[in-house]
Write a protein that binds this ligand. Sequence first.
Ligand SMILES: [Fe+2]
Ligand SMILES: [Fe+2]
Length: 252
Amino acid sequence: MRILVFSDIHSNRQALEAVMQKETAFDALVFAGDVVDYGTDPVFTVDFFRSFKGCHHVVRGNHDDHLINVYRTGEWMRAKGKDFKWIHHNCRLLSNEQVDFLDSLPLHVSFSADGYGYLVQHQYDEKYGIIESPYAFDNYWNEHWHGDGDISLGRRMIFGHSHRQCVHVLQGDRLWLNPGSASYRRPDDPDKNAQYMIIDNGNIEFRSCPYDRSIQRAEAEKYRVSGEMMDTEIQDFMFFFGDAKTSRDPLF
Ligand SMILES: [Fe+2]
Ligand SMILES: [Fe+2]
């Protein structure tokens, strides 16, 4: 089985399109959470998962939960001028049905393929914690794994959230996988490409591809000019998706 694994697309239409145009042959799709926020096109990213017809395993991330909360409390309608954030922008564009879809996504998904068990979720704890001991791995696995099938070759947890592409090898048959973010990097990684992972018959391969960032930048520029976004929001955006060296580079 060939599995396309990606995470943290964060409303980035152009990155999602680039990955899907490059990877046209796969048997299952895994997405480890954060469909929305920070990017400019949540409608496209939400509807991509809503309408995906093939085998897929998709979980909810903390930004998805945040959007659901801000949307349903109506907070997004009360944000004005310099209080306006990308989460409000995302809420403004989405419908009740799209938010209900995000809310319907599970926090954990289990499945097996080619002799391996996979347990998918967005994050391990409230911050950016990782599992470093076999004991903690087994506890977490036993609590959340509900799959069946042959997993004699190993147990693999897939996490998103950190936006850092990595595999952690723990003692025995235990792996922690993160495909990175298909959308944007953390400050310690200046790479602007869309990162993801292919697992082909159990073999793990990190991949990435470039995408056109100019469309999102033009949209962000619109909000900067209109004064609708906080300067810090625009600074984050210019670092995540533009060419700013830090998330606090001056805007002028
Ligand atoms: Fe994220
Ligand atoms: Fe996250």
